[in-house]
Design a protein. Sequence first.
Length: 184
Amino acid sequence: MSFGENLKNVRKQRGITQEELAEILGVSRQAISKWESDNGYPETEKLLLLSKTLNTSLDYLMNDALEMQKKEQAEEKSVVIAPSGKIAITMHDKQNVIVCHSVRSSKIMFPHKDEPEYILLGIDKVTFWGEHTTILGWYATLENVEREIREIAEAISIGEGAYNLKYNADVEISGFFRTPKIKK
């Protein structure tokens, strides 16, 4: 689907009229109509405000919606949310603890030899600019990061307030770009 179709669908799903959205963004209703009919695009600052207002990603607005839905469904299994509020997780360095309200895994794009393929992110707060994440650990395989997430979910479900990482790869951070390399 096009940007205009995606915008219109998300706006309607959220129960917001063109007039209401226009007022929030500080534009005319005609501007919203123009965008939804693919006869123009908002400025970058308006795109960011649209994303925030409609609680959707820019990727979703700008890309094929079906492709994004498939991606989101695949990522859903890699997210754990602490229903009780927060869980303290000891980070990869075993020296720092981050209190998270959710964790999420992410594939590292194009890892080089001896580099981990996945990271586990801890989300400790959400601000106007989005989620604040911290890398909890690096993982050599999908199986390991999924196992870690399952065990974090189990710890949350039984009411534990703290968790120590068990399946993360032992890494060494080096180089100008602070690249993690798996220790051998």
